[in-house]
Design a protein around this ligand. Structure first.
Ligand code: TEU
Length: 543
């Protein structure tokens, strides 16, 4: 029924709670701050919220190091507040999705503390991947796997930490030990955690690092070059059984609950396997994050995405940004280099005016494509990446573990500007002693919510109007699309009987089609022409 398929064409707003709004004045966002701003999201017109982890955590990786999956970090509030929040959001018609982190736990999780204190080879260590080292004295890591954040994926237990000798696996930070999913307790625990949150009224879960969870228990070295298949820890067949069991749990709830996979997978055919009818409902399509602002490349990306989703029942998803990547206006503004997602190309010349213009067009493009859209907090304000955070304020392990060689992800996680002309821009209550946990730029006065509200030229109003039109337009959201003929450098497609989206990437103005009514344009039109780097929504009339 319509209610249980709400997600197929939803706009889902990603909340990074640390940086959304600070209610208690400690410089860190929290649930009280969030709840006070809930009406903002109601007026924005989003269908659901996805909260990045809000659980008790030492915050070694912004909360993706979970110490207790069944509670709320005291910095953010209490479980009772979270339950209230879920209900208050529902009163506005907004559903809540929580983040589940199955690949690893925090080093502060009771299981890992128990494992550290236990003897090598003991049952408490079997929930993780403990192994003796190589070399004469076990001084070398058990294999050559690398952490996603740089350096070896293994850390040796020291005397200070616990019973020394063995090494443990961590595909991310050393404070994020990987779980052993061959262990029945690990499976049962996560199934219980799913029920815990489903029972509290959440509409679904986002599954962190969903393709990395299963490991080849032989833990073989990776070859020097080339990707082995099967890979010892990426996209293993065993995963599908895990997600099938999760799907059965989700489906056992009246109206259903949804599973959203964070499945980084360049191979779309492998990706689509996660979307089979008894597995995940939907998964992030990250292709636009690395797709240049080029008509052919965008068209190819859209076609590949649609093609991959055709054999499965799941609609595509569109992601322009999240808490792991360079902000959209900055990415699209990197005129000289294009935008290299891998190196993030920090410090390269950036034309923010151009980047903003393209980000506005990209917003209308993604909101007109078939399927659902993820909107990361601050994108609706057109926030740029903050590239000049001082080294001693940076917190991302990706920056810290690479000694700054990777700029890391702090630049897209800076606390939101709500009002006023100077930091903290209303992020914290007036008179708060603490500074925001990451420093905000001094030139964000024009980017605050209050500065943009009611300004028809602002990014915020573009998103509001677009989301309002999208809701009212039966052709948008889930459903088919049809490419329209036209010049190659202009993306043109139709949704429903009479809705058209055009995106001009030709570098020159192009004429608007006849017999159309303009519903919304990402930049001002001139003399019936569609300027370059502009998207437009049209309705055919009188034909
Ligand atoms: O990210 C998964 C992941 O694969 C990351 O390494 C990603 O490739 C990288 O952040 C891109 O810059 C998820 C979360 O989104 C991320 O914030 C966490 O750090 C990570 O899992 C570990 O939990």
């Amino acid at each position: 029924d319509a209610d249980s398929s709400w997600w197929r064409g939803a706009v889902i707003y990603q909340v990074y709670p640390r940086s959304f709004a600070d209610g208690d004045g400690d410089g860190t966002g929290d649930l009280a701050g969030f709840r006070a701003k809930l009406s903002y999201l109601g007026e924005l017109g989003v269908d659901a919220l996805w909260f990045t982890p809000w659980y008790p955590s030492p915050m070694a990786d912004g909360g993706y190091d979970v110490a207790d999956y069944r509670d709320i970090d005291p910095r953010f509030g209490t479980l009772a507040e979270a339950e209230k929040l879920i209900g208050e959001a529902l009163d506005l018609g907004i559903r809540t999705i929580v983040d589940i982190v199955p690949n690893h736990v925090s080093a502060a999780h009771p299981w890992f503390r128990e494992a550290l204190a236990a003897d090598p080879g003991s049952p408490a260590r079997e929930r993780f991947w403990f192994r003796p080292g190589r070399g004469e004295r076990g001084e070398l890591p058990p294999n050559n796997w690398r952490s996603q954040f740089g350096g070896p994926a293994w850390t040796r237990v020291t005397e200070a930490d616990g019973r020394q000798g063995e090494w443990f696996l961590h595909l991310f930070d050393s404070r994020q030990p990987d779980l052993n999913w061959d262990h029945p307790q690990v499976r049962r625990e996560h199934e219980d955690v799913l029920r815990f949150w489903f029972n509290r009224g959440v509409a679904g879960v986002r599954i962190d690092s969903a393709a990395l969870v299963s490991k080849d228990p032989a833990l073989p070295d990776l070859p020097e070059s080339g990707e082995p298949l099967p890979h010892p820890y990426v996209d293993r067949d065993e995963l599908h059984q895990i997600y099938r069991s999760w799907r059965a749990i989700a489906d056992s709830y009246p109206g259903g609950r949804i599973l959203v996979g964070e499945v980084w997978m360049p191979d779309f055919e492998r990706f689509a396997r996660y979307l089979r009818p008894d597995e995940l409902h939907t998964a992030f399509n990250f292709d636009f994050l690395s797709c240049p602002w080029d008509a052919d490349r965008l068209r190819a990306s859209i076609d590949t995405t649609l093609h991959a989703h055709r054999p499965v029942a799941a609609p595509p998803t569109w992601v322009l940004s999240n808490h792991d990547v360079t902000r959209t206006v900055t990415r699209y503004g990197r005129v000289d280099t294009g935008f290299d997602f891998a190196t993030k190309a920090h410090g390269t010349p950036t034309d923010l005016a151009l980047g903003t213009r393209r980000a506005r067009a990209a917003a209308l493009l993604t909101l007109a494509l078939p399927g659902s859209v993820y909107l990361y907090q601050g994108e609706e304000l057109g926030l740029p990446e903050v590239e000049d955070i001082p080294a001693d304020r940076r917190q991302d392990p990706m920056y810290l573990r690479t000694g700054g060689a990777d700029p890391g992800r702090d630049g897209c996680r800076v606390p939101l500007p709500w009002s006023g002309t100077v930091p903290p821009y209303g992020f914290s209550p007036p008179g708060s002693a603490a500074e925001p946990w990451l420093p905000q730029p001094t030139d964000w006065a024009a980017r605050t919510v209050t500065a943009q509200q009611g300004d028809p030229a602002s990014m915020l109003e573009l998103y509001r109007v677009a989301l309002r039109l999208r809701r009212a337009e039966p052709g948008l959201g889930d459903g088919p699309m049809r490419w329209l003929p036209g010049p190659g450098e202009v993306l043109a497609f139709q949704r429903g009987p009479d809705f058209t989206c055009l995106v001009n990437l030709s570098g020159e103005p192009v004429p608007l089609p006849d017999h159309t009514e303009v519903l919304l344009a990402s930049s001002p039109l001139s003399d019936g022409m569609l300027p370059t780097d502009t998207a437009i929504w049209l309705r055919a009339n009188g034909r």
